[in-house]
Ligand binder design. Structure first.
Ligand SMILES: [Zn+2]
Length: 227
């Protein structure tokens, strides 16, 4: 990797998307200083988030996440650069970091297939890029688990969630998903992957549709959790 980075750095210098500093040869996608400034999720916080988002519905059997999403900090700028510059290599790198750091926990779940949360096709046309797909690919490669991008699709257009209350979000998202290949779902254990999980409503809906179609268990993972 360093030889390749060195070769390309000579012609096209790489920059940290968070602080804009030129990346060193051994730095991948984000500088060490920005990476170490991102707060990691501890076990207490993880338990609390699971209780708040997933415990009551019995859809998601377990949940893990690597970072805490903080406004205007390094991770937000990094994820922003992935979304708006279609930086799929950076998204894959985020997936690799998740795989490296959360390996033990995820391997205990005996996951058969990793599934990224899908974008709606209208939204896809608008932005053309599902960052969760590339995060999932990076994770799958690191963990040696198969990734399937097209098992679930959105069938109903859901407005952007940002300005809705919790209850409105639930209604907005319910029955928004459909599975495409039922036979690939039956008897399998899944890990749903998203970039940032806020209320968890989208993740629960995807989990519900997988269980209704014969999945054994569904777990969830995100790069970050937000308030
Ligand atoms: Zn930086």
């Amino acid at each position: 990797m360093q030889i390749i980075n060195g070769f390309f750095d000579f012609f096209i210098p790489r920059y940290c998307p968070s602080c804009k500093k030129k990346l060193e040869l051994e730095e991948n996608c984000i500088c060490d200083e920005c990476l170490s400034s991102i707060e990691r999720v501890d076990n207490g916080r993880l338990n609390l988030e699971y209780q708040r988002k997933f415990a009551s519905t019995e859809i998601i059997s377990g949940f893990t996440s690597l970072f805490v999403f903080e406004k205007d900090k390094a991770l937000q700028l990094f994820i922003h650069s992935i979304k708006y510059n279609k930086h799929f290599l950076n998204a894959k790198y985020l997936g690799k970091l998740i795989g490296e750091n959360l390996k033990q926990e995820i391997m205990n779940w005996n996951i058969d297939i990793i599934v990224p949360i899908p974008l709606h096709s209208l939204r896809k046309a608008d932005r053309g890029f599902n960052q969760s797909k590339y995060i999932a690919i990076g994770m799958g490669k690191e963990l040696g688990i198969k990734v399937k991008n097209n098992l679930i699709r959105r069938i109903r257009y859901t407005e952007t969630q940002t300005n809705l209350t919790l209850k409105e979000r639930e209604e907005n998202i319910s029955n928004a998903f459909q599975v495409k290949h039922k036979r690939s779902i039956e008897g399998k254990t899944f890990l749903l992957v998203d970039d940032v999980i806020t209320t968890g409503a989208t993740t629960r809906e995807c989990g519900k549709v997988l269980l209704e179609n014969g999945a054994v268990k569904v777990f969830a993972c995100s790069a970050a959790i937000a308030e």
